[in-house]
Design a protein around this ligand. Structure first.
Ligand SMILES: [Zn+2]
Length: 433
């Protein structure tokens, strides 16, 4: 409650029951146009009244008639003045209610921004800031609005929590999957099945918590999960964080972030998630066996991708060179892929790429004035030549370095080929991980 309001209340109710004396009103400056009106409690004893008058007196805006120290101890004077008086700026009015702007101390007067020579306008002018009462009223409105918004938010949160449970439960009635997933999605599900066996609770995810994506890219993971869900192979499992889902205006579930949810095999494959896991593997295996050449091709693509990432990483990490230029990345990937089809192992290609990089870097050191990226482009050319030379002699194999993240689906494809492939498979059987 503002000071004026308090005073009005006091006047209305008659205060403590005693008859209130009319307040003493004094205007300053005493000569010329009055600019400030000082109102002193009518019940204040004469010494208090004297203190207030001495405190507020001035002849010209910006200069008080006397320093506070001439009146008494600063602390006591301020307390007395604040309790017994109020100063209103006569020519500055609240822009909200057009009431006078009031202050209760000299520091408040200074803070008003008008307390300087010529600072108080000669005619009535709207002030820069609303008065105490208007500010208090605005605060109340703001607090009420905030409380309402908070209550609405809480209600929405409760509705969403209920809807999440309904959404999860609805998946129990989904029909069994009939549509075969793409190879990539099938490998993701098999790879997830390995995780489910290890964690023994029949769930996997969220994929966003993995140190590196299952497929080698986050978007690849999200696509595969989205596809497995659409085709009915997997269902969301608790716990579900509310932020992992999107909602309609009525707070029913409208969508989800695939990599943020925990998943289980579809309920139709078995209510017990671990049984469902077995059923999913049993159903997927014949599809993959029928397309086993595609599994090999997919593995070769993954390995060509790894080789590309290896050579680029080696040049930037170890030699501080520019990355392989965009248009040469395609050449590099194609050369690696062709070599893998010709029977090279990834370990052999890594050895060739290592020599190609070191040769290109030495050439770069001997050749002044090269453009950035020249050494990396030369490494790609060297790699192609290196494959040609290696065809006629036994090639060494290097291990895949630890810094190169290997997509989990690669290990899944390798073990699938080891288990079901014909053993003479040139790509899958060479590297032991
Ligand atoms: Zn106001």
């Amino acid at each position: 409650m503002g000071k004026r309001q308090r005073r009005r209340e006091r006047q209305r109710s008659g205060g403590t029951g005693k008859q209130q004396r009319t307040p003493v009103v004094v205007r300053f400056p005493s000569l010329g146009t009055p600019l400030v009106r000082v109102e002193i409690d009518g019940d204040a004893p004469p010494d208090v009244r004297e203190t207030c008058l001495a405190y507020w007196e001035f002849d010209e805006a910006g200069t008080w008639a006397r320093p506070v120290s001439d009146i008494g101890s600063a602390k006591a004077v301020c307390r007395t003045v604040q309790a017994a008086s109020t100063a209103s700026l006569l020519t500055v009015v609240c822009p909200g209610c057009a009431g006078p702007v009031t202050v209760s101390t000299r520091s408040e007067m200074a803070a008003s921004g008008y307390w300087r020579a010529g600072g108080l306008p000669a005619t009535v002018t709207p002030g820069r800031a609303p008065c105490e009462d208007c500010r208090a009223a605005a605060d109340t409105v703001r607090r009420e609005e905030e409380a309402l918004a908070e209550e609405l938010r809480r209600q929405a949160e409760r509705r969403r929590a209920d809807n999440i449970v309904l959404w999860l439960d609805a998946h129990r009635d989904d029909p069994a999957p009939t549509e075969t997933p793409s190879l990539q999605a099938a490998l993701v599900l098999l790879s997830a099945a390995e995780t489910m066996e290890r964690t023994a609770d029949g769930t996997f995810g969220p994929l966003s918590a993995l140190s590196s994506p299952l497929t080698g890219s986050e978007s690849g993971d999200a696509d595969a999960i989205g596809e497995l869900y659409r085709k009915g192979w997997i269902a969301p499992a608790p716990p579900v964080a509310a932020e992992s889902l999107t909602y309609e205006d009525d707070d029913t579930v409208s969508g989800f972030y695939p990599d943020e949810l925990t998943w289980r095999p579809a309920h139709a494959l078995g209510e017990n998630a671990l049984d469902a896991r077995e059923a999913a593997i049993t159903r997927l295996t014949p599809h993959l066996l029928r397309d086993i050449a595609d599994v090999r091709a997919h593995l070769a693509d993954l390995d060509a991708g790894l080789l590309t990432a290896y050579l680029s990483g080696l040049l930037t990490r170890q030699y501080g060179e520019a990355p392989v230029p965009e248009h040469r990345l395609t050449d590099l990937h194609a050369a690696a892929r062709e070599a893998l089809d010709d029977g090279f192992s990834l370990g052999q290609l890594i050895a060739i790429a290592w020599s190609a990089a070191s040769g290109a870097v030495s050439w770069g050191q001997r050749t002044p004035g090269l453009k950035p990226g020249s050494v990396s482009a030369a490494a790609v050319t060297n790699f192609g030549r290196g494959i040609g030379y290696a065809k006629d002699r036994p090639a060494t194999e290097y291990d895949i370095p630890g810094w190169l993240p290997r997509p989990a689906v690669r290990a899944t494809a390798l073990s699938f080929l080891e288990q079901y492939g014909d053993g003479a498979d040139p790509v899958g059987s060479v590297l032991s991980l």
